[in-house]
Each structure stands twice: as C-alpha cells, then as structure tokens.
Design a protein around this ligand. Sequence first.
Ligand SMILES: Cc1cc2nc3c(=O)[nH]c(=O)nc-3n(C[C@H](O)[C@H](O)[C@H](O)COP(=O)(O)O)c2cc1C
Length: 505
Amino acid sequence: MATTDAPDLRSALGMLRGAGELAEVTAEVDWNRELGTVARETLRRKGPALLFRNIKDYNGPDARCGQVVTSILASHRRIALLLGLDPSIDNRSLVDYVTRTNRERVTPKLVADGPVHENVLLGDDVDLTAFPVPHWHHLDGGRYINTFGAVVTKDPVSGIGNAGVYRGMIADRDKISMLLVPSQHWGRHWAEYLRRGEPMPVASVYGWHPVMDFLAGSPIPRDVCEYDVMGAYLGEPVELVRCRTVDLEVPASAELVVEGYISPDPDRYRLEGPFGEFTGYVSDLPTPRPTVEVTAITHRSSPIFRGTLEGSLPGASGENSYMSSVQRAAIAWHALTTAGVPGITDVYVHPVTNGTTIVVQIDKVNEGHAKWVAAALWSTGAALYRYKYVIVVDEDIDPSDYSAIDWAIAYRVRPGSDDIVVFPGTFGSPIDPSTPLEDRSIADLGSGLWNRMLVDATRTWRYPPQPQWGGARFPPTVAPAPEDLDLVRGRWAEYGFTGWDGGPR
Ligand SMILES: Cc1cc2nc3c(=O)[nH]c(=O)nc-3n(C[C@H](O)[C@H](O)[C@H](O)COP(=O)(O)O)c2cc1C
C-alpha cells in the first residue's frame, strides 16, 4: 500500500497555501471559457496558483469531480518553493540546481495499491465529461483534457518508460485525440507500434506532485524514465501502481488517470485542434490525429483536476513559459557542457519565449565561440521546439535584462557580417505561425522546418588592438572609473539629495 504522507498534489498545494501562493476560488466559475480567462487575467496580474472549488455543472451533490487547479508553476518563485529551494534564488543558481538534479536518479517503488485506485471506472461508466475539463480559450477546438497531464508510455523494445506532456482534446466521452509528434519520445514508441501494426497502451496522469509536470514537460534523455528523475528531485522513490487495463505504471497517489490504447488505424483518428499553444497563437488547423480509446478511468475520492492555460502573451506568460525558462536553460547549459563548449557563465530564457529564444552569456575564449554555442544547441534533440534564436552576449551583459541585450545588439553586432548566421531548413516547431503551413506538416516532414538564427552580440576580436584603448580591440564604455565611483559613493550622503531615491544603485 502507498505511504500516506508521500509527496503528491495535495501536499504541494498545502505548501503553496502556507506560503500564500495559492488562491482558492469559491465563487461559481464556468468551465466553459470563464475559468481560462480568470487564469489569463491572474497571470497578467502576476497572481498565485488557482484552485477552483465551485465549477458550474460540477458543483452538485452527484459531481464526480468538482475542483480544478492551475497556474502552479507560473512563477520562478513557486518553482523554487516546490523544488525545496529559497524562493528568491537567482537564475544562475536555480538553473545550476536543475541542471545537476536532472542527471540524478532514484529508482521508483512499485506498491500494491494506492489512492488513485479508490475509484475505478470501466465500460459504460467511462465518461471524460464527468470531470470539469475547461474549454480554456474561446478558439480552442474543444475541451482540452491533456494540457499538463503526463502521458505515460513504454518503449516496446527496451521497456523503458516515458512521461511526456502532449496536448489532447476530448473527442468523445471515451476518446482523446492527441498531437502526437513522431520526434517526441512517445512518438518514437508510436513508430514501433505502427511498424508492428499494434495499438499503443497509454496512461494520462492528471495531478500529482508538480515535479511530475516539471519533468514530463521537459526533454529528459530517451533512455531515462522521468519517474527516476522525479525521485531524485523529491529525495525519495516515486511510489507507483500498475494500471488496471494497460501494462503501465502511474503514481499511486495521482488524482486522476485515464488509461487506453491508440489504434494504428488512421480510420480511427479523430479531429484534434486548434489549440491556444505556448507560442501565444492558435495557429494549428483541426486535423484527424491519433486518438486514445479509453479503457479505464481511475481517480482518488474528491479528485482535483490538474490543467493549465497554455500560451505566452507579453506580460501574461503561463506555466509552460516559466518552467521552460528554467528547464530549457538547464538543458541547454548541460548540452553546452557536454559538447565541451567552455566559458559559459549564464544561460537565460525569457519566459515569454518559452526557450524559442535563448540568451547565453560567455567569457569569450575565441572569435568563433558564439558559433560553437549555437552549433552545440542546434545539434540537441531538445532543439525541436526551442532555440530558434540563439543570442550570445559577453560576461558584462546581464542576459535577463532586455535593455542590456538590446544595447549589446545595437553596438556589438554588424548586420551583413557573420555576427548574424542563419541556419535554414532545420528540424523545428510545427506550431510556429511564422513558418508557412506547408513547412509545418508533421505528416509530410516529420516535424516543422525552422530557419534558425544566431546573433553573436559579443565584442569582436577582429579589430586590431588600439593603444588609445589600453591595447584593447573594442572601445571602453562610459561606465565611471572604479576609483571615481568609490569616491562618489563614499561621499553620497554629503551631496544632500532629498525627495527622490538617492540611495546607491
Ligand atoms: C504545458 C505543456 C504542454 C505541452 N504540449 C505539447 C504537445 O502538445 N505536443 C508536444 O509534442 N509537446 C508538448 N509539450 C512539450 C513536451 O512536453 C516536451 O517536449 C517534452 O520534452 C516531451 O517529453 P519527451 O521528451 O519525453 O518526449 C508541452 C509541454 C508543456 C509544459
């Protein structure tokens, strides 16, 4: 039997509540568009995680599930808290912690039974609409049940499990149509099932400790099961139970699990899309796609449905944006280290780009250093949806500061030179609206096609040293001399400034 105080969604929510990072919404809210709009407006106001407890059509005495939680990971502060870190930790330390912990493993533990099997629905009792799955955005093609659900599959050859976040829409009371991209890890499993002409077993887990979402939504290497990494983050083995109708394992204290199979027969595909995607656009067209045919639903008593409002908008980025800003920076840093690229001093992903743009700060060791960085990043599988723009800056540019990046681009980049390099026709995102539709056909191309760009915003070494610049190749800046600054800061109080913030900068 599962341990009663093992980490799960409820323990995480308790922690967030205690830290003032969870708002419980008791006013009635409609699952149809209103809930998603409340989430967007809360993101814009930089608000807390939201637990909706009074959802229209799901607040009667017979409701199977009456609660939805969202926006758990929508701030660096909450991500740090949930990882057991100081909530005010700086980017470099947070990214460093994640880079290291992504590489640690704690083997999960199989237990005989757990709360997720308190309720088991089979046959005619299977009804996905019994759960308050939001219609998140008015242009979505339907009710998206898989937004932050971890989709569990197993490699039929190696037997290694995978948990990934892949979107899915309720296509019927017992069907979920999915965006199944062949180059994702479950896509590789799917390729083997297609070859064999067999249905692929799938289990979607909605609601467990948020480290599950944090890792399932990030590219952990294919030969590693995300459960092993979740255990490393939690400092204890993840307790798993066997599913009831598919040969897969899920966390014993998950809130809700949907089990089923995806048939290889294209006649059984159902329409999927469009969906308000992480790009901030509703750029996909409804397309018949692989569909989970549900064989069982299992859930805790009084389950909490876990979902997320996708889509970055300037000033109102969501959970995927914040977790990607940490994970995509950590994965990039690891890739750079593994490729032997020296002198990496910081890696920053501005949440609104989700990692489509990445800024790498270097202590430059050679004139080709920025190209080395870009080549290493573009050669990783993690670049599928990310790293379209790689901006490389020197050690004096804070990569989290847009004005510093802008200044570096303004005066360290020479358009028309190889400071800007375009790498055309690479594998890339099928949901980027800047790419023409024919270049993002997964069916034809296997992925989208991306032209990528490196902006080398470091000071060039190509200019000859100038004696007037103390032998440097690039001119000095207007920053005060350290001794002048020391003098002025030492005398600051004597200048008698009042009525404005005259404190030291
Ligand atoms: C909220 C959220 C939604 C996502 N939706 C999708 C999706 O619909 N399809 C997809 O291929 N990847 C999606 N991703 C990205 C994948 O989860 C990510 O690429 C991850 O690495 C996939 O797992 P894998 O590496 O084990 O394949 C999403 C990520 C997040 C955080």
